[in-house]
Design a protein around this ligand. Structure first.
Ligand code: BGC
Length: 773
């Protein structure tokens, strides 16, 4: 126990932190480099025909995988004609080399293509889904996961990833929360930075770095009703304070490209929204990379009701979009729009220039085959070292939600019944958006336990299918993530499970969602665990055996029943290639869990949206009543539900217990550019060494606009040996107090502030200060 948690917390970090870059890639470029690049691109553009410039803006999908509605046609011929700027959804270094060959040997100007892919949480070595990675609150680990993903993808021909996805979301019904960092703009911003630095490193032309693409700009995480692709409508003040920060953080971290979102913003689809792309992204934030649409994003503006393909393509160009993913709107309409004076050739030249500059930065003009080294592909992808790191990162992402009577960690003896539709399943371990993943080689819980824990007799029963309804199960298990549906009756499955449980000292119950029950186009109106599995838990409960539930999920679920019935709950998310080993490490205490929820877990879907950084309202329910779930007439509460969630943002237990002292402040009266130090003494009161994520929240008590009841402003992951104490300090400056006011001016306001430090967003210690201008 002690040994491995130290490995996780202390020894591993310095191993790679030396190589982690904490500056934008642009900051490493010299002026000489930039002027050489400009001269190169200038001379190239001077040779290009209008058709060839438009060709650079065209990004077809190779058809290896399809998610959208349209398919590009005649790609080979178009590449020869110089009508393709890049290609995505093509996997395999050999294939990529062959296609690149067509571009650089057969097209007139021999311009190499870029090759994109959704490398979202790892490549073949797969890390936890992004929501799980976020739960580690460990920026070095997250950055390292992106670095390994870049290394593997680039070894296999890919030089551009459609990641990080940084859409803030308070919508657990929306399946794509699995792909993001959860509900908080501050945590999301830190993660956005870490991911961009991880992918891009300090030099994009290095063979093991790739171009990042932050997405989906903007507000994609706030669809009405949680239904994917649905309408978004939000005030500017909310956009700027609560939803924009992670996109901006990615831009500040030097992200090379941005993907427009499918949804509308202020009544205009993002893909055609000039205010969003030009005013906010380019002018206010200074973004100077290129902007790509999402899959057929231009064409979809027809359905949005913005005009025909001719009109919507011009709209996108005028909004500032540079590259058209799949739909070929640019390719087929822009010339006519120029002749009609609706767009100018200059705009097209500018867009082509941005794409060519990215190719230059990637080193493709020096060597178009830079990323197609078969040797690297054989040795650097899914190798032992990467998988070892994936195992550690996976263990760090797990969140201990409940641990009655310290049932965990388990003792390595006796008989353990491993039960549940996900107990002996490897394909689902990698989670959604793992297109390059080797799902069949992922490690199931059963395998992980058997291979790593000696002295225990592990026995298995499936217990139930994922769903009673076979059709529903089919919808939730796509892209090779099969559930191996059992044809036996539900009674037979339950009977076998109960008999198996009776033979054991403890039950490990693996249940929850399948990989594709969350992710794109997997919105759910009911966010409970499917009934078949709930029934299984209820039956097992009757045996009186202690139940340790290992939860698989890509979103916050409603877990009231499970929280009552299970003795312990470990939220494993979808932990990636090494899931089974990492789960075994946590269950048997090789790793003491330290993950914290990056998103609130509601008590019922009716509470959604529910999030910790809410406004107080004019009729708040008192904290006391809220905690006791007491209703009060004419207060902001529900007659039939508590206000509080089941598990708040930032929540997560440990095998040890941490004590927090009161908050100590360096001063209580501050002015101007003073600095405040707020500290607590953290004590490890338990028997185990462990990491604790100490969280700092601030409340601005009075403002010119209403302010949230608390906002995360800092966190530190602190390792303490059993019995050890440590002072944990945060430095607070006026920068941390800033927000966008009603004129969208970013500034702070003098007054009283509540400084809170604690173990999660609900359980905090308070101290008040005054800060004058
Ligand atoms: C998704 C994007 C993804 C793109 C390309 C779209 O459907 O919304 O996140 O990058 O497909 O695969």
């Amino acid at each position: 126990m002690k040994k491995l948690s130290i490995i996780a917390g202390l020894i591993l970090a310095p191993l790679f932190s030396a190589q982690l870059v904490h500056q934008p890639v642009q900051s490493f470029r010299t002026e000489a480099y930039t002027s050489k690049k400009k001269a190169f691109v200038d001379q190239l553009i001077a040779k290009m025909t209008l058709d060839e410039k438009i060709g650079q803006l065209n990004l077809p999908s190779s058809g290896d995988f399809t998610t959208g509605q349209a398919q590009s046609s005649d790609i080979g011929k178009k590449i020869e004609q110089g009508l393709v700027g890049g290609l995505f959804n093509i996997k395999g270094v050999g294939k990529i080399r062959d296609v690149q060959k067509v571009a650089v040997e057969k097209s007139r100007l021999k311009i190499p293509m870029i090759f994109g892919m959704d490398v979202i949480h790892g490549y073949e070595t797969t890390f936890p889904i992004p929501l799980g990675l976020s739960a580690s609150w460990d920026m070095d680990l997250i950055q390292r996961s992106a670095q390994i993903a870049a290394q593997e993808a680039s070894a296999d021909g890919i030089n551009w990833t459609f990641s990080p996805m940084v859409d803030v979301s308070r919508e657990p019904r929306w399946g794509r929360v699995s792909e993001g960092s959860g509900e908080d703009p501050y945590l999301g911003s830190q993660i956005a930075k870490a991911m961009v630095y991880g992918y891009q490193g300090k030099d994009l032309s290095l063979k093991n770095t790739i171009l990042a693409c932050v997405k989906h700009f903007a507000l994609y995480g706030a669809p009405e009703g949680g239904r994917d692709y649905n309408t978004v409508d939000m005030s500017h003040i909310r956009m700027f304070n609560e939803y924009f920060p992670p996109y901006k953080a990615a831009v500040d971290a030097g992200v090379g490209s941005v993907m427009a979102s499918f949804n509308e913003v202020d009544g205009i689809p993002a893909t055609g929204n000039k205010w969003l792309m030009d005013d906010v992204l380019r002018k206010q934030w200074g973004f100077n990379g290129f902007i790509v649409t999402d899959y057929t994003g231009i064409n979809e503006m027809i359905q949005h009701g913005m005009g025909d393909l001719q009109q919507v393509s011009a709209l996108a160009m005028n909004a500032g979009i540079d590259m058209d993913m799949v739909g070929e709107g640019f390719l087929t309409t822009l010339k006519k729009s120029i002749s009609e004076g609706k767009v100018t050739e200059q705009q097209i030249t500018t867009a082509a220039r941005r794409i060519l500059e990215a190719k230059y930065d990637l080193g493709l003009f020096d060597d178009p085959y830079r990323y197609t080294d078969e040797k690297r592909s054989k040795t650097e992808v899914f190798n032992k070292a990467n998988r070892e790191e994936a195992r550690n990162i996976a263990a760090q992402s797990m969140v201990l939600l409940k641990n009655d009577k310290q049932i965990l960690p388990l003792k390595a003896s006796g008989t353990v019944a491993v039960i549940g539709p996900l107990a002996n399943n490897n394909e689902n371990m990698t989670g959604t958006w793992s297109v390059a993943s080797r799902t069949k080689d992922a490690v199931s819980i059963m395998t992980g336990l058997k291979e790593t824990v000696k002295g225990v007799n592990f026995i298995y029963a499936k217990g139930s299918n994922v769903f009673y309804d076979a059709k529903m199960e089919e919808k939730a298990t796509m892209f090779g993530k099969v559930s191996n549906r059992d044809s036996r009756s539900k009674e037979a499955l339950l009977k076998e499970a109960v008999e198996t449980a009776k033979k054991a000292d403890v039950v490990v119950l693996a249940m929850g969602e399948t990989a594709e029950l969350s992710g794109e186009s997997s919105s759910r109106a009911n966010i409970e665990i499917p009934q078949a599995q709930k029934d299984l838990l209820a039956e097992l409960k009757k045996t009186g055996k202690p139940i340790v539930m290992v939860l698989f999920t890509g979103r916050p679920l409603v877990l009231n029943d499970e929280n009552k019935q299970a003795d312990a709950i470990v939220n494993a998310w979808f932990a990636g290639s090494e899931a089974g080993y990492a789960i075994a490490d946590v269950l048997y205490g090789k790793v003491n869990p330290s993950g914290k929820l990056p998103m609130t877990f509601p008590r019922s879907v009716g509470q959604v949206p529910i999030y910790y950084n809410a406004k107080n309202t004019g009729r708040p329910l008192s904290d006391d009543k809220s905690d006791k779930c007491e209703f009060e007439k004419f207060r902001s509460n529900y007659i039939d539900e508590c206000n509080t969630p089941l598990f708040p943002f930032g929540y997560g237990l440990s095998y040890t217990s941490f004590g927090y002292s009161d908050v100590q402040l360096s001063k209580t009266q501050l002015s101007g550019n003073d600095q405040l130090t707020a500290s607590i003494t953290l004590t490890n009161n338990g028997k185990y060494d462990g990491n604790e994520v100490v969280q700092l929240y601030i409340r601005d008590m009075v403002g010119s606009v209403t302010r949230p009841v608390k906002e995360l402003k800092g966190f530190q992951k602190v390792f303490l040996k059993a019995g050890e104490s440590k002072k944990v300090s945060f430095t607070i400056t006026p920068e941390d107090l800033k927000f966008y006011n009603s004129e969208l001016k970013y500034d702070w306001e003098a007054g009283e502030f509540d400084i809170m430090i604690g173990t999660n967003s609900h359980d905090v210690k308070h101290a008040k200060i005054n800060w004058n201008k």
